[in-house]
Design a protein around this ligand. Sequence first.
Ligand code: NAI
Ligand code: MG
Length: 360
Amino acid sequence: QQFRLLCLPGDGIGPEVIQAALGVLQAIAPALDRPVEITHDLAGGACYEAHGVFLRDETMELARQSDAILFGAEGGPGWDNLNIPGGPTARSGLSRLRKELDLFANLRPVRSWPLPAEQTPFRPELVSGADLLVFRENTSGIYFGEPRGIFEHGDRRHAIDTQYYAQGEIDRAAQLAFAVAADRRGKVTSVDKANVMETGELWRERVDVIHRTHWPQVELDHLYADACLFELVRAPCRFDVILADNLFGDLLSDCAAAIAGSLGMLPSASLGPERADGTRAALYEPVHGSAPDIAGKGIANPAAAILSVGMMLDLSLGRKDLAARVENAVDNVLAEGQLTRDLGGSATTNDFANSVVAKL
Ligand code: NAI
Ligand code: MG
């Protein structure tokens, strides 16, 4: 049956890179055994201008009925500091989608690309061959735990954040991380601070239980978060899947991102819980934002959006082979020196996307 894709290009360079990515999807679609039906809608500032909200209820309903969502980017100077009541979900379409679809797993693959040496802060010989994925729990932990706030007690002020994890939240993250690793090189490095944090102790215990019970064929090791950051910089090639909570995953994914050489090279997927039919809600988006400084010029690097489509082919359509074809095409185009401005070249968004399509 048909694959229903909801496309939300959003703001700034979002529409530019999504258009490029859809061109790649169109080129690969004949190889799929399912027809892809694409619906477009507004999200972010573009939606706010038209409808006064960052995501409409109708769009939320469409999202629930879709097999996947392809998101561009949202935000910009005109919308970031509006004082809109109702918390993050009222101020951001992406936050609303994340919350209402319970997208608890954020997957950020990072690899090295054939780029000029000065593009990476790492020594090229150190990152060459690096190919890892940071799996971040994305809906719980210290960014959401209660109590939180800044409190006044007489003349003493203090601030509280709460690192909270329910056992079930750790379990579902671990389950999915092992499944993702089994589909890659079969290795998970789980990250915590079990030496000094209670949540870390529970995290480690549950990851071990899930591993023993369901995924003994996957290799598992544990690292303290600080040691993991050190290892990521020292020897990034040793990692396959890094499983981390919300806070540590945030830090680790940004650190790992430096391996790729540009924000424009980083795709991501956000997945929800498994449904009765075995599928999951899934949102694919480049890691970068709307880049207002270069929007409208046609010079944004579309690789992150193209690689996000690749992740969709793999994770939502079960076509690892096609995902690999997309990734190889991007790799080949870069290797031939066809580089966008962020990578030190002068190729336009369309130049790059057309070259990728030609490789396919
Ligand atoms: P950004 O990622 O939009 O831009 C950071 C820098 O990287 C800029 O100099 C930009 O030109 C460059 N850059 C980013 N993507 C690029 C690409 N594909 N090709 C070439 N250069 C690229 O982050 P920034 O500037 O902090 O935020 C800009 C806006 O985007 C804000 O409104 C922010 O709220 C929003 N944002 C949205 C995200 C999302 O939708 N998931 C994520 C991050 C920021
Ligand atoms: Mg971050």
